[in-house]
Design a protein around this ligand. Structure first.
Ligand code: FMN
Length: 182
C-alpha cells in the first residue's frame, strides 16, 4: 500500500477531461469506497445515480451553469456525472439532529464523496465535486422524487493528457491548529 498522504496530495479537482470513456466497473469501485464510508448512526443517507448516457449526461451538465455563471462549463466534457441524493436518516439520527441542531447527513455525504474521489484518483480518474447546479431541473431530468434533494454531484473522467498537478492552496497549519484551547 502506498502512502495515504500521497494519494490525498495527488487528488485535485479536475476541470479538463479527455473523451476517453470510463468503465462502469471503475465507477462501481469508487461507489464501493463511498458505500463503506462512515455516517452518523450508520444511517448511510445517500443514493448514487450514475449518469453515463452521453445525451442525458450533457443535459445534466448543462444544468450546472448558465449564460452568466459559467464556471462549471467544464462539466460538459466529463463522460460521467454522479448525482448523490440525500436520503432519510434513521429515526434516532433524525431525533438527535433535531435536539442538537446539526445536519449530519450533509457531513455523511461529504465523507462518502471524498472516499469516492480518492478511490477515483487511485484509478487514474479525475473528479470534481459540484455543489452549484439547478436542482429542480436536474431532479426532473433524472426522475428524482419531489421530496428528495440532491446533496452533491461529482464529475468524473480521465484528465486530459499532461493535466498539471497543482500545488495545494491551503491555510497554514499554525492558522488552523491549536492545542487544548481555541
Ligand atoms: C461541497 C463542494 C462543492 C464544490 N462545488 C464546486 C463547483 O460547483 N464547481 C467547481 O468547479 N468546484 C467545486 N468544488 C471544488 C472546490 O472548488 C475545490 O475542492 C477546492 O477549490 C480545493 O481544490 P482541490 O479540490 O483541487 O484540492 C466543490 C467542492 C466541494 C467540497
Amino acid at each position: 500500500m502506498g502512502d495515504f498522504l500521497d494519494l490525498v496530495k495527488h487528488r485535485q479537482s479536475t476541470r479538463k477531461y479527455s473523451d476517453r470513456p470510463v468503465a462502469r466497473e471503475h465507477i462501481l469501485k469508487c461507489i464501493e469506497a463511498a458505500r463503506l464510508a462512515p455516517s452518523a448512526s450508520n444511517s448511510q443517507p445517500w443514493k448514487f445515480i450514475v449518469v453515463d448516457n452521453p445525451e442525458l449526461k450533457l443535459q445534466v451538465s448543462k444544468r450546472t451553469y448558465d449564460s452568466v455563471l459559467k464556471f462549471n462549463k467544464f462539466v460538459d466534457q466529463a463522460p460521467v456525472i454522479i448525482v448523490i441524493t440525500l436520503e432519510k436518516e434513521k429515526a434516532v439520527t433524525r431525533l438527535g439532529r433535531a435536539v442538537k441542531n446539526k445536519e449530519w447527513r450533509l457531513m455523511d455525504v461529504g465523507i462518502a464523496a471524498e472516499h469516492f474521489c480518492l478511490q477515483a484518483d487511485e484509478l487514474g480518474l479525475g473528479t470534481c465535486m459540484i455543489g452549484w447546479f439547478y436542482e429542480k431541473e436536474v431532479k426532473d431530468l433524472l426522475s428524482i422524487p419531489k421530496e428528495k434533494s440532491i446533496a452533491l454531484m461529482i464529475s468524473v473522467g480521465y484528465p486530459v493528457e499532461g493535466y498539471r498537478i497543482r500545488g495545494k492552496s491551503r491555510k497554514k497549519p499554525e492558522d488552523i491548529i491549536s492545542y487544548n484551547k481555541y
